[in-house]
Design a binder for this molecule. Sequence first.
Ligand code: GRG
Length: 301
Amino acid sequence: MDRMNVSEPSEFNSYALARRDAIDAALDQYTQFHHGCPTHLREAIRHSLLAPGKRLRPLLVLMAAEACGSSPEQAMPAACAVEMVHTYSLVHDDLPAMDDDDLRRGRPSCHAAFGEATAILAGDALQALAFEVLAKYVQPPQIAARCCAELATAAGAESLVGGQADDLDAEFATLGVSQLEAIHRRKTGAMFRVSLRLGGIVAQASDEHISRLDDYGANLGLAFQIIDDLLDVEGDVKTLGKRAQKDSTRGKLTFPALLGREESSRRAAELISAARRAVEPWGEPARGLDSLAHFVLERNR
Ligand code: GRG
C-alpha cells in the first residue's frame, strides 16, 4: 500500500520515504522478543505495529530533532516510542468496547485477527515497550527521564486517555465546538505535540525552540483531526485503509456535523497556516515541518 499517496512527489514525501524505512526497521528490531513473549502475542503486536501506517508522529519526532541539529539516529528511540503508544491507542480504540472496528491500516484490526484478550494485551505491551525503549536507548539518562515524563503525560488521564473517555461519552450528546476541540486537543493533539516536543528534547533544544515546536504541534494536531473527520465523510475504505462514513452514520459528534464541511475545511486550513507560522521564523531548518503541514492539509488517508 502507498502510505503517502499524494499526487505530487512533495518535499515532505521524499523526506518521508527516506526516513520511513529506517523507522520500520527500528520498530522491527524493538519487537523481536526473544525470551518469554508468547508467539501469538508477538504476532499480534507486530501485526499492528508493523502495518503500513503513515508514521506521521515518528516522522515529526525526527523532523523536530533534525530541525534542532540532532541526527535521526539519536532521535529514533523517541520516534519509535511515540509510534508504539499511538499504535496501542489504535488497537484499544478498535475494540468492541470502544469504536468497534474490524479494519485498520488496511488489515484486520488486532482483535479481529487475534481475539479481544490478545488485542488488549498487545496494546498493554506496546505501551510498556514505549517507556522501556525511551529509558534504555535515549541518551543521556536525564533526557531519557524527561522524555518518559512527557510521553506519560501526553498518553495519560489528562490527555490521550481523558480525551478518549470524553469522546466515548460524547457520542450522542449535544456539545458545542469548544467542547469538541477540548476533546480532540487531548485525544489527538497531545500525541502530535509530544512528538514535536520529544524531538526538541532529544536534541537538547532551547525552551524557546521547544515552545515553537509545541505551538506547531498543537495547531497541526487539531487540523489533523478536523481533516480526519472530513475524510470519514468524503473518503473511501480502499484509500483510507479503515472504515469510512462510520462517525457520520453513528451520529458521532464531528467537526463537519457541527460546522458543515466548508467551515471545517476553512478551519483546518487556518490551523495549518498557524502551524506553519509558528516555525517560519526558524527558516531553512524548519522547511521539512512546513512541507509536512502542507501534506496533512492535502492528505487523502
Ligand atoms: C484507546 C486511549 C485510547 C485512545 C484512542 C487513537 C484514538 C484514541 C482513536 C482513534 C480514532 C481516531 C479517528 C482518532 C483521531 C485521529 C487519529 C488518531 C487517527 C489515526 O491516526 P493516523 O491517521 O493513523 O495517523 P496511522 O494508521 O496512519 O498511524
